[in-house]
Design a protein around this ligand. Sequence first.
Ligand SMILES: Nc1ncnc2c1ncn2[C@@H]1O[C@H](COP(=O)(O)OP(=O)(O)OP(=O)(O)O)[C@@H](O)[C@H]1O
Ligand SMILES: CC(=O)C(=O)O
Ligand SMILES: [K+]
Ligand SMILES: [Mg+2]
Length: 484
Amino acid sequence: MAGVTPYKWKRKTKIVCTLGPAVNNREKLKELMLAGMDLARINCSHGEPEDRAALAALVREVSAELGLFLPIMFDLQGPKIRLGRLDEPIQLVAGQTLRITTGSGVGSPDLLFTTYEYFAEDVKPGEMVLIDDGKIGLRVESIDDKLVTATVVVPGLLKQRKGINLPDTKITAPSLSEKDLADLKMAVDLQVDFVAVSFVRHAQDMIHVRESADGFGKNHLFLIAKIERPEAIEELIPIIGHSDGVMVARGDLGVEIGSERVPLLQKEIIMRANMSGKFVITATQMLESMIEIPVPTRAEASDVANAILDGTDACMLSAETAAGAYPIEAVEMMSKIASEAESHAVYRYQAPTMPKGSIHHIPDGVSTAAFHTAGLMGARLLVAFTNSGYSALKLSKKHPDTFIVGATIHEHIARRMRAFWGIIPILLKKPATIEEMFGEVEARITELGLVRSGDVAILTAGYPLWTSGSTNLLRVIEIGSDRR
Ligand SMILES: Nc1ncnc2c1ncn2[C@@H]1O[C@H](COP(=O)(O)OP(=O)(O)OP(=O)(O)O)[C@@H](O)[C@H]1O
Ligand SMILES: CC(=O)C(=O)O
Ligand SMILES: [K+]
Ligand SMILES: [Mg+2]
């Protein structure tokens, strides 16, 4: 396909990197940013609040030094259930009986502890208790007040503080714990860009997070619902409707519903998010073997490519960047796989065409027209002048052949747009007139090497300038010419 790739930009799929001990210093963060990290994920399940604040500050500092717009995402722990402490690992054998209760004591082969307050209330005889990503499986036999008796079904070496999943159980724990609220408040205070909500069960959970965040003060949080519980699959459409984006959180999802169901659910979640115009991240074990080895397996390379063909906007690295031996190599590898996957136009995900009469919102009509005009004219670049990022996201979700410049006067919107598929954010000084605005952007996209003389660029804007939801103009320009 001719004339579709701006000259020095290589991929449109974005890369989310989980930060952790492997990259927890200025030098490594800088390398990660230069290798192409598009969204920095800080998992609130690890470390202390002070560590998160310090890490977020360091990310802001280093990205500013490099002149990059880089958003930060806090990933809330949510109602994650954990095993308590053990003095040493315990070897479990099939058929063995165990007793588990709630408390902060040190467990023994005789009695284990969990941090989860309602453990004995919630589980029922016959339900499964999965520990350490399902490596160990127990079946509940009986409950006596606070004491649960279970039989080992899947044996293994039990290690302290491992995660517990209760796929069959109705969990009464609130979706937002005190700790989650404290982390959410910190996200608001630090002006973090994205918050990912773990173990979402109902649309109401997302409404509750939004209201809580708003209660903490003015914020621009983009809220991501992590799909990792069976209940969320049942309520996928309303959850997507009440979120700004979703994450296919394959780690816990696989434990909760079985690995064999993950591939098709991934496709369904991505498809539903795309139909709703919502941002979508595919996460967990994408290049898992690169935690220890500098090259991925062929299966992992295929997994990244296939998530892109499914239509994901971003792919996530977890322990590969947080705790692995080759964090930079993992980003570089994911980047290469993405640009290869995108270069085969025949196989590329294409947004479905929309039926007649299906658009009622003027900005959506203009964005859709811009997308088609760009395609029909073989344009080099789409440019969305955007106040809230909405019209840029609208174009992004169509996964066009061209890159999309998201031009804004707000730094937090420039940062947010960085995470979206195909978007290159540009920060503008507030222009006096629309002509001045078009002129500045033409100069900037030329300077960035995104267009050359003779290229066609398609611009959308709103008039009057910089009012949210006002996109009502489509302008076609030929770079370096008077044709416009
Ligand atoms: N800040 C950190 N400190 C220590 N280890 C980390 C940190 N972040 C990640 N890791 C390591 O990387 C692994 C994967 O990281 P990640 O945070 O993505 O876990 P996850 O299980 O995918 O997320 P979640 O806890 O939300 O389900 C963790 O199991 C942990 O070993
Ligand atoms: C990312 C995450 O939380 C998961 O895959 O479970
Ligand atoms: K988490
Ligand atoms: Mg999870």
